[in-house]
Design a protein around this ligand. Sequence first.
Ligand code: P5A
Length: 437
Amino acid sequence: MLLSKLFIPITKDLPTEAKIKSHQLMIMTGMIKQSSAGIYSWLPLGFKVMKKIEKIVREEQNFIGAQEMLMPTIQSSEIWKESGRYDDYGEEMLRIKDRQGREMLYGPTNEELITDIFRSSVKSYKSLPQLLYHIQWKFRDEIRPRFGVMRCKEFYMKDAYSFDLSEEDAKKSYNKMFYSYLKTFERLGLKAIPMAADTGPIGGDLSHEFVILAETGESQIYADKNIFEINSNKYNFDDQSLNKMRDDFTKIYAVTDEKFSEAEFNKKVKKENQMKTKGIEVGHIFYFSDKYSKPMNCLIDDKNGKKTSVKMGSYGIGVSRLVGATIEANYNNNVMKWPKSISPFDVVIIPSISKNNKENLEKAEKIYKELKKQNIDVLLDDVDENMSNKFKKHDLIGVPYQIIIGSKSEKDKIEFKELNSKSEMLSFEKIKLKLKI
Ligand code: P5A
């Protein structure tokens, strides 16, 4: 992609309404544009990053055997009346009427809708377990939307739902998701800690929030530093190992605000290991047994032909929030560096261009074509602007690798730089090796 052709409305001024780094950066680099309070359009740069995150989330869901589907954004109020949540959900639910006057709503989550789909087609234990997910827009009429895409009204969520015959089986599904979340966040370059959490309006008694550390986070967290020592890669994808994984994480004290007690913290965690800090919730998983299946009559025949309520869990990842959260975790000293796995481009070529010297641009175009042939997603900064402004701009756009064509370039060596490191002179062959992801 040529930068001159990319729809990227960059602004140099710090947006006054944006209070945190990620919100500022997303507006300054034209990743998003607010359309009304807490509702955003995703412009090409932001959309590209979000789609890359979505792809990783999807791959890790598919890996554990979850099946993708798609439910609508607009739901009927009927099923919410059945579960009892139509009144409980309160003002956060956006309620609308269709032309026949039927009460509808823009889904804030999908426990009811998936239960309705499930009860109409599955009747026997033989069809269990099932693990279904979709990636769809949600709407919550947040009282105080803030921090850009971190807490907004309309947001993009991956939500999965598990269906099992027994509590024991349901916990196996829970563990699979737990594993999948750790892998997903790791691939996004994030260190997410699973924390025992409150279940809020979703319900149930077993729940973990996946939180990344960030001063600007809205979740207050209390943890034993030893939680960072657990290597999630040492567990295998089998029921026994996954159970041990959840056990190992759960044994170490790590809780959010609602579950915190000072006395328990002091009793369980040595003073020098105590960590009280802030974090961003990027995922949340729940086991709530028959909270929805019972009132909604979602019954299946067990092995003895006896009808029993299916045991369910739900599992969410804030796909759009993750764009902001990744920025919070990686933007330091006015330099943003995207993790390679979700960077909007693999590499940017920055030639020094002037009216009298078209040589650099020609050289850059040659490299550009060559890299594209190798399937490398490359951005060419063909804008006629001085190098210092270009570097400032690319410090914000955050493509992790730069090929700089300027005074330093030699016949066979090209200046190559990884953001936040010194540049080096490399042959084209070496550069290609560095960029193979
Ligand atoms: C789990 C999946 C649920 O809704 N039902 C289906 C369960 N959980 S949750 O914790 O309420 O949300 C899941 C994740 O969605 C993100 N999120 C948000 N992102 C941006 N703006 C918001 N207002 C918002 N609310 C929730 C979070 O990442 C959360 O972990």
